[in-house]
Design a protein around this ligand. Structure first.
Ligand SMILES: [Zn+2]
Length: 505
């Protein structure tokens, strides 16, 4: 039985205003969509005699990323030249970091699909610059766009701590979530803002020595990270079973064939001739700078999961929803605070923990279902920067809390709630006002309900006599008739009680 050993190398572009070593705008992570070769200057075009200047914002974002990934931060570090020739590299070398990365020795904890936890150690994260983009045209020509040339790029290398495609996929997903939470990168894999490379070797369970390492490049989605590992594990196992040797090589991923293919082997490997970048001074990072960045770290996804479980006792699936929707999570938390005071006020007593837990559950259910679907069908909210601010203007957390309390206290039925919530969203009014304006008050008067019930029995003699004859099911039809006659304002439970009482008379 063979076992795969997997390490990842992940590149992600930094969300800075300008490029790594010049003042050109960084369009990659600022959602600018510019014409080709607009954001260029002599520095990022590699003209002779120009001098690079280190982008402080990019270094700060790397330190922030390292701290969130439990890394140590180097006090003394430097940049190096990585020499190779390619049309998308105007200088003939890339400024990178060879033996002294800024961040090293960290780890990331994450959950697998079955909920079990996994830790992967992080060897290093270093700073470098991105290359230009090549476009291979149908007529055989290749066009180069230098807008991306010199964009700050972080490279993260893990220890070979993973053994399945699922573990590698989940690591990459959790990393992306963290990068977005830190606001250091948009990390969109489809846009190439985050790129994964897999190192994989296989050996038998009892073999201490690792097998020959194969690299898989050009993986542009989480799914292909997982699939390529599964494919490669199988391919290498079959080769070994047939007595073949695994060649150390770089392989690409063919999306349509769902297979890896050989790109180049070890003999063609580049010799990068790294040496210290002579145009940049060594980089010193003070403890003060690191501590300032540490104190500005936001709540990380792992901390949020823990806190949401402890504070609100909500289920894991709902917690995961909020971790991936931080703005709706903010909205939920504001509402939760309001809920406690609303619940206390309307009951004129402090609610118990159990009551609070139930009302929180009702609240999260409404956020995940009804509120979500209202938001999803609104074209306007798609173009706003902050969903939380936008939503709070339409339905304030206070009004949403009142709405939840009205349902919890049986003041409105879930049927009426379905009318009230969209009205609140479109008119920006509080739920009591909506109920009054639209005459949606529930039937409080028992005599009014009794009149409706008797009319329904009178108009439906067949189901009524069926029920009297022992056919219990026909009560459901009659309840439906009462709800319709009351325009949804009757309490279905109460309607059933009164119906039964009247029918059994
Ligand atoms: Zn430039």
């Amino acid at each position: 039985m063979y076992k795969a050993t997997i390490g990842l190398e992940i590149h992600f572009e930094s969300k800075t205003n300008s490029k790594m070593f010049c003042n050109c705008p960084n369009e990659e992570n600022n959602s600018l969509d510019e014409a080709p070769n607009i954001n260029t200057c002599p520095v990022c075009m590699g003209h002779p005699g120009v001098l690079p200047v280190i982008n402080k914002e990019a270094i700060d974002k790397l330190i922030k990323t390292g701290l969130a990934l439990n890394c140590k931060i180097a006090e003394h570090t430097k940049f190096d030249r990585k020499n190779y020739f390619y049309p998308d590299l105007p200088k003939g070398y890339q400024i990178s970091q060879f033996d002294m990365p800024i961040c090293y020795g960290g780890y990331l904890d994450f959950a697998l699909d079955d909920g079990s936890m996994k830790r992967v150690r992080i060897t290093r994260i270093h700073m470098e610059e991105d290359t230009a983009k090549s476009y291979h045209m149908d007529d055989g020509a290749t066009l180069v766009d230098f807008n991306r040339s010199g964009v700050p790029l972080m490279e993260l290398v893990t220890e070979p701590d993973m053994h399945t495609g699922e573990e590698a996929r989940r690591f990459a997903q959790e990393l992306q979530l963290l990068l977005k939470c830190l606001d250091v990168s948009n990390a969109d894999m489809e846009k190439g803002q985050m790129r994964c490379e897999v190192n994989i070797s296989i050996n038998t369970e009892d073999d201490d020595e690792l097998g020959t390492k194969v690299e898989i490049k050009n993986l542009n989605s989480f799914k292909t990270v997982e699939k390529s590992i599964e494919y490669e594990t199988k391919r290498q196992a079959e080769a070994l079973n047939n007595g073949e040797k695994i060649i150390q090589e770089t392989r690409g991923w063919h999306d349509n064939k769902e297979a890896t293919f050989s790109q180049r082997n070890k003999e063609d490997a580049y010799e990068y001739r790294y040496f210290p970048e002579p145009d940049l001074p060594p980089l010193e990072i003070t403890e003060e700078r690191v501590e300032k960045i540490r104190s500005g770290l936001p709540e990380l996804p792992s901390d949020k999961r823990k806190r949401f479980k402890e504070e609100y006792g909500i289920d894991l699936k709902t917690i995961e929803f909020f971790v991936y929707e931080p703005e709706l999570a903010d909205y939920f938390e504001k509402t939760a605070t309001e809920l406690r005071s609303w619940a206390d006020e309307t009951r004129e007593t402090t609610i118990t923990d159990e009551e609070y837990a139930n009302i929180i559950k009702l609240c999260t259910n409404y956020i995940l279902t009804d509120l979500q679907s209202i938001i999803k069908s609104d074209e306007e909210i798609k173009n706003v920067d902050n969903n939380f601010a936008f939503l709070s203007k339409r339905i304030t957390p206070e009004n949403f809390a009142e709405f939840i309390c009205l349902i919890a206290n049986n003041k409105i039925t879930s049927k009426i709630a379905k009318i009230v919530l969209p009205e609140m969203y479109s008119k920006g009014k509080d739920p009591s006002q909506i109920i009054e304006d639209n005459d949606l008050m529930p039937i409080a008067d028992d005599s009014e309900l009794l009149t409706i019930v008797n009319t329904v029995i009178e108009n439906n003699p067949k189901p009524a006599s069926d029920y009297r004859g022992g056919k219990q099911n026909s009560i459901a039809f009659l309840i439906g008739q009462v709800m319709a006659a009351s325009k949804g304002k009757a309490d279905p439970k109460k309607a059933a009680e009164v119906l039964k009482r009247e029918l059994e008379k």
